[in-house]
Design a protein around this ligand. Sequence first.
Ligand code: IPE
Ligand code: MG
Length: 230
Amino acid sequence: MDGNGRWARQRGLPRIEGHRQGVEAVRTVLETAWELGIRQITLYAFSAENWKRPAEEVGALMGLLEWFLKRETARLVANRIRLRTIGRIEELPDSVQRVLAEAITATAGFTEHTLVLALNYGARREVADAARAYAAAVVAGHERLETASWDAFSRYLETADLPDPDLVIRTSGETRLSNFLLLQSAYAEFVFTPVLWPDFGKAELTAAVAEYARRERRFGKTSEQLAPTT
Ligand code: IPE
Ligand code: MG
């Protein structure tokens, strides 16, 4: 979700106003996603690298996150949406951790839809942590090095029980992954749009999903192999 700062600057507003508007975009995008039949959506809300921003902006982002969670928990429950997180939650402010825990507990039983918030998340760190845990499991005799495989290893990622993304959307004209779900996105389709996140709404998400539907996902095969044989 990129482009909040530029959205604000274009209007002569402080950056935080862009983030505030970005939260409104989140609500619209989520509503549209569930309407479109999307069952899981991951929002890269705060990266492990975002701590490098000015303390004032980090504080404002944490405040917004807390406010968003307080406001949205009832709606998540009403719509039967399970909330999950990836990233080092334990490094977030206590007040944020508390509302997160409440929302996660309140929605834990739902299975239809999942909202994953990537908070203090970084893919390389996730992979390094998983490698360490996998190695420890080998040492402890719970895993066998001889049968090491992607399937075995991926159970040590934070996303172990979540499906891989089919579609990754990046807004604001940037065309990089910025350490987002690097391994899980191995076969994802990518849509890059110049639209700034606060302006990303129903029309933009619907267009991105339509673009996804036009793509042919071959997973290494040829087009001919995918064509139905009659
Ligand atoms: C949102 O956009 C990113 C976060 C929520 C951390 P930016 O704040 O990166 O916006 P730009 O790139 O300055 O426009
Ligand atoms: Mg940015």
